[in-house]
Design a protein around this ligand. Sequence first.
Ligand code: UGA
Length: 423
Amino acid sequence: MNVCMIGAGYVGLTTAAVLAKLGHTVHCIDENEQKIAALQRGDIPIYEPGLAELLTDYKSRLFFHHNEQHIKEADVIFICVGTPPDLKGKPDVSYVHRAMDTLIPYIGDHQTLVMKSTVPIGTNERIYKRLKNEGKHVRIVSNPEFLREGSAIYDSLHPDRIVIGLRDDDDRSLSVMQTLYAGIHAPYVVTSLNGAEMIKYAANAFLATKISFINEMARLCDAYDVDVTDVAKGIGLDERIGRHFLQAGIGYGGSCFPKDVTALIQMAYEQMVRPYMLEATKTINDTQIYWYIQKMKRTLGALAGKRIAVLGIAFKPNTDDIRESPALSFIKKLHALGADVIAHDPKVVVPNDVNVKQAKTIHEALQKADALIVATDWDAYKQLNWEEVKGMMNGNVVIDGRNSLPREAIMNAGLNYIGVGRG
Ligand code: UGA
């Protein structure tokens, strides 16, 4: 098939690479000329494991443009533009509408328009009506994305399900989507346009709620001297609960969970529905770092003047994304409390507006540190030699903000281990 991808960001690029691998020809269009020029040269603007290899392997079927000339020839047009939060936390759909402005002069009745961007419930129905008013009888599909940054390619090739939202009178688009995704084995969930939009928000809100739930349990575990990782295992092996997304830590971040939970809360308010559960999910996440800093103070005393090595800046490992990163919020809070922070990350540079030092190597960060905090669970931090770490530090406190470090080895090295709800 001939596919046109509007938006060459995370989702757009990954989807384009995967569709090219499946045998389709993909034309990616982005209004950012610099990004397109870089992609045409073979430079990838984001760090995502496996993406560069896929873009190289299938370059004969992948094209990058900053003009609209290929829209007309496409069988399927994907919209993969961002929907960042506005000042009230509602998704800003202006990029989606701009993409529609670009598309409308070229789009024709034979084409299928597929929405991958996360859009507020009702958006696709409104787009359908707009197209109809403009005399365009285009089929429209809501096909939300469930890929995670850091494992985006794997997730796209091995999804748990493919969600397809359609209008009642659309008897063609399902088979178009099945042809497009032939080669990917996953159950299809077919629903309305609004249904697919709701599934996307509900999935992210539920996963965020699981994290906030275990973080609340971690607070309780601390109070009752219980290890929350035992609790996560003990409940997670119950298949009705499931073991994923029960890793307690300093909270969830990234461009999706915080934004989507807030957006769903706003959508509920608009419909006069009080979203008690979502409010609690958000409140726990918003206060998790504060709770953790109080806990740190009990061991370290006042933080002012303490040299603290923070390992990790990205919102999670295997990405260079710092949007809503709990690690970065942690760094900012520690700095505001007067700590002498030195940060490290294998892929991220401390942003200009954050006035803390950055170490080039983990060893440099650890030199003379009073405390070491792992804020992002990169593999390199889990594999440290703890005897060596002890030798480099001034103090002996290791703070495991992601419950990902080997507690026994750390304690055997004579270091004081503080996890999240580890008793
Ligand atoms: C999330 C969803 O997992 C994807 O399914 C979805 O497609 C994506 O949002 C999206 O809407 O685009 P992502 O934001 O890439 O993916 O990252 P996750 O792996 O879900 O992690 C989100 C945050 O939760 C990270 O800060 C991570 O450290 C934290 N987390 C995750 C925990 O604190 N505990 C856990 O057990 C799991």
